[in-house]
Design a protein around this ligand. Structure first.
Ligand code: AMP
Length: 125
């Protein structure tokens, strides 16, 4: 369900198509809650996208509409992926864009996982 006032979930968005196997992705991990794959245009040596399997447009949609099990399962999986990739010792950054001012491009909620070099300031400028 979309957040009130925002467009409904677009079943043809690129991440929905990746989840359905219609478009290839470099898979990192998958379980009941999440699918993780390498970003096609990496901004750091490690740049993984983690998406929930359910149809949520954004963090606003996911945090308001997903079940506690989906939310808990998803974020535990994000942590597990970072740990399994060996990123905890040197550290990593999580980022989720929501809506116009964030520059969110793909309308399926996703968390970016960046690592592999010092990542600089959180927000440039
Ligand atoms: P955002 O701006 O937060 O919506 O981020 C969308 C991200 O999806 C960008 O970092 C893109 O490089 C990435 N992206 C777009 N299409 C694909 C794709 N087919 N496979 C992997 N990553 C993609």
């Amino acid at each position: 369900m979309p957040v009130s006032g925002l467009p409904p979930y677009d079943t043809q968005n690129i991440f929905a198509r990746i989840l359905r196997g219609e478009i290839p992705a470099k898979k990192v991990y998958e379980d009941n809650f999440a699918f993780a794959f390498h970003d096609i245009n990496p901004q750091a040596p490690t740049h993984v996208l983690v998406i929930p399997k359910g149809p949520y447009c954004s963090f606003a949609d996911f945090s308001a509409q997903a079940t506690d099990a989906e939310i808990g399962g998803f974020f535990r999986t994000v942590g597990k992926i970072a740990k399994d990739l060996g990123l905890e010792a040197s550290g990593y950054r999580l980022l989720a864009n929501m809506g116009e001012h964030s520059g969110q491009e793909v309308p399926h909620f996703h968390v970016h996982l960046f690592a592999g070099r010092p990542l600089g300031r959180m927000i440039p400028g």
